[in-house]
Design a binder for this molecule. Structure first.
Ligand SMILES: *Cc1c(COP(=O)(O)O)cnc(C)c1O
Length: 391
């Protein structure tokens, strides 16, 4: 583990794995664009051969984020989905995977419409907030358990320590998609998860101006698996480009201050919805920080704060949702989340369109559901914008 791990998170976000450039003294990690590196002799080099297998800018951001997650190793990919796809390459053809029912739509599509066909995966979907249901779904053929918490968009809370225990008892690898929290709010590996995956496009980048993915492997996982993921990153070939690595490294430095504001703004928005539920015509207000949220106690135990995502359900279905989405203005109607600007979107027609209708219904994703990613603008302005949208 990096020596900077002795420092607090905020300090590590700025300094982990980063030293002044030995050549120039540059305080910021240089972008090394070279695709190839000169060899000093046969079998002799300065740590690099060819940029897909290793690049110093990428190594810095990989080691920095691994440090923040308390991981043994981290690997950076050009998107969150390519990180997920490469982690799934750890499995053999025909593997049984137990996955959370309301997964991010793209990961659901990757499992059901790609890997079931190309790798013969057998995938069982189950509500991971029900630990007993997960245990019942696991068989002696189960190779991986895959979940998100809070989940997307229903914000179900999964007990990470309990799922990790199921993984240990059965020998299945446990993978937690930590995108909604970032390592500042939640460290699944410390709670026993084996692998953490991020769409770094979201909070880690935080400015809606790039795409990236990260996968981190826990220190308790065998060296063979940790190294195999590095082998797969190089063999499959999805690597984050050096300029994107530098931009991600810069973004991570402000992660703690951004997340603090995201969380306090989201809490204020959720409380405003909860207090004005009848006037706004809401069937449901979901935020893990609200005391009546079904997973509130587990969230309070395993999260440092409750995140930036608030999900509501308007009565009046898609027509009413459309009205609200069109009337909000600071909350821009767009998919994605985790940027400094507030976004609002409609899961049933956008992020979760790829999920079959009956599975959407089973996961509780209704046509009146709206997901907000609360940004770091002034909270009074944000609430005034919602007042206007619901007027
Ligand atoms: C966005 C997202 C992904 C996919 O990441 P991309 O960077 O868009 O490829 C995976 N999981 C979650 C939870 C996400 O929000």
């Amino acid at each position: 583990m990096d020596k900077s791990n002795r420092h607090a998170f905020e300090t590590r976000a700025i300094h982990a794995a980063q030293e002044p450039d030995p050549l120039t003294g540059a305080v910021v990690t240089p972008i090394v664009q070279a695709s190839t590196f000169v060899q000093d002799g046969i079998g002799e080099n300065r740590g690099y051969i060819y940029a897909r297998s290793g690049n110093p800018t990428r190594h810095t951001v990989e080691r920095c984020i691994a440090d923040l997650e308390g991981a043994e190793a981290g690997y950076a990919f050009p998107t969150g989905l390519s990180a997920a796809a490469t982690v799934l390459e750890l499995l053999d053809a025909g593997a049984h995977v137990v996955a959370h029912g309301d997964l991010y739509g793209g990961v659901h599509r990757l499992l059901t419409q790609v890997r079931m066909r190309s790798a013969g995966f057998d995938v069982t979907f189950v509500d991971f907030s029900d630990t007993d249901a997960v245990r019942a779904a696991v068989t002696d053929k189960t190779a991986m358990l895959w979940y998100e918490t809070p989940s997307n968009p229903t914000l179900r809370i999964v007990d990470i320590a309990a799922i990790s225990q199921i993984g240990r008892d059965t020998g299945a690898l446990t993978v937690c998609d930590n995108t909604f929290c970032s390592p500042y709010l939640q460290n699944p590996l410390a709670l026993g998860a084996d692998i953490v995956v991020h769409s770094a496009t979201k909070f880690l980048c935080g400015h809606s101006d790039m795409m990236a993915g990260v996968a981190c492997v826990a220190p308790h996982v065998s060296t063979e698996i940790t190294e195999r993921l590095g082998f797969l990153q190089n063999s499959v070939g999805a690597v984050l480009s050096p300029p994107d690595c530098a931009q991600l490294l810069r973004s991570v430095k402000t992660l703690p201050v951004r997340m603090d504001r995201h969380c306090s703004n989201a809490r204020a928005v959720a409380e405003h919805f909860a207090e004005n539920r009848a006037r706004f015509g809401l069937n449901d207000v979901r935020y893990p920080g609200l005391p009546d949220h079904p997973g509130h106690d587990i969230a309070a135990r395993q999260m440092h704060d409750f995140g930036a995502i608030v999900t509501i359900e308007v009565n009046g279905g898609e027509a009413r949702a459309d009205e609200v989405l069109k009337r909000s203005s600071l909350f821009q109607f767009a998919v994605s989340l985790g940027g400094v600007e507030s976004l609002i979107q409609h899961p049933a027609s956008l992020t979760h369109k790829a999920v079959p209708e009956e599975q959407r219904a089973a996961a509780g994703i209704s046509d009146g559901m709206i997901r907000l990613s609360v940004g770091i603008e002034n909270v009074t302005d944000l609430i005034a914008d919602l007042e206007e949208a619901f007027r």
